[in-house]
Design a protein around this ligand. Structure first.
Ligand code: GUN
Length: 302
């Protein structure tokens, strides 16, 4: 059997079209559009490329976008003052401080200074708490877990009563997606297990999973024999395992590999996300969804 491919690239297009349409309708109705600011400190190449794509996507859906690039030498105090300025700017609905930050800046202090109602990354402790409570309390789910849940739902996979096994316990993916899948409500109501580096028998847990979500950051960790036949496999791993020359551009590009042995796993799973082109494109997509949501909250439309 060959699994159905759950393509983030296709789901991204569906969602961005929905967001673009809604932004145009809201502009008509309110005369305003959502505003997103991306704050980039320094010139870390990976961060520059992420932020560039965030800006491009924000423009595509019709948001106002402010690109605020700061010197790597900016003081913590000045960065806090900058966040305070955007917290008090009514045209800004989402504030994103690209991580990692330079070593002299305490990123916890910075993230905690963002108004939780503009925290479209969903990293502020208030939003983490809201997510834990679930239901109407949730404002912004963090973007990667929100993208994973959206992929599972749009692929038509039954989550209610499903055994979900999450491999990895990070604050950005493992813990929040486990928390989201266990909540009452559509796309959730699952029985959830989190496994990690200290788990005694990783394989035995994975074999029980109707939905296996892998965010371990270890290339090829999940072997085909760990997968229950017909399971939905979501591979969050994006591991650089080498470089190659791109056929399209002739330039050197990274070779990416997921946490799951894809070629073998696709013969056993019922549905599976590829790497690249699976979960990856969903993170920025859900950032747009969160910014639109923030605009609607701010304008009493939600
Ligand atoms: N750096 C890498 N991924 C992310 C993300 O999702 N949000 C922020 N703010 N920084 C990042």
């Amino acid at each position: 059997m060959s699994a159905k491919l759950i393509k983030g690239t296709d789901i991204r297009e569906e969602i961005l079209e929905e967001v673009t349409k809604e932004v145009a309708e809201l502009k008509e109705k309110t005369g305003k559009v959502p505003g997103l600011v991306t704050i980039l400190v320094g010139e870390n190449p990976a961060s520059v490329s992420y932020v560039t794509l965030k800006i491009k996507t924000a423009h595509r859906v019709g948001f106002t976008e402010i690109q605020d690039n700061q010197s790597p030498d900016i003081s913590e105090e000045d960065l806090l003052a900058l966040i305070d300025k955007y917290n008090n700017d009514d045209t800004i609905n989402g504030i994103l401080v690209q991580l990692p930050l330079p070593k002299h800046i305490d990123d916890k202090k910075i993230l905690n200074a963002i108004d939780p109602d503009k925290d479209v990354d969903g990293f502020h402790p208030v939003n983490v708490g809201r997510l834990m409570i679930g239901g109407d309390e949730v404002k912004f789910a963090p973007c990667t877990p929100a993208g994973i849940q959206e992929m599972i739902v749009r692929a038509g996979v039954e989550t209610s009563g499903a055994e979900v096994v999450v491999v990895g316990r990070s604050n950005i993916v493992g813990k929040p997606i486990a928390n989201m899948m266990v909540q009452k409500g559509p796309g959730a109501n699952s029985t959830v297990t989190i496994v990690h580096t200290r788990t005694k028998d990783l394989a035995a847990h994975c074999k029980r999973a109707d939905i296996l979500i892998v965010a371990a950051g270890v290339p090829g960790l999940v072997k085909p024999e760990w997968i229950k036949p017909g399971a939905c496999v979501i591979d969050v791993g994006v591991n650089r395992v080498g470089t190659k020359i791109s056929e399209k551009t002739g330039k050197e590009v990274a070779v990416l590999r997921g946490d799951v042995d894809f070629d073998a796993a696709k013969e056993i799973a019922g549905s599976i996300t590829p790497v690249p082109g699976g979960v990856g494109p969903m993170t920025i997509t859900m950032l747009m969804v969160n910014t639109l949501k923030s605009f609607k909250f701010a304008n009493g439309l939600m």
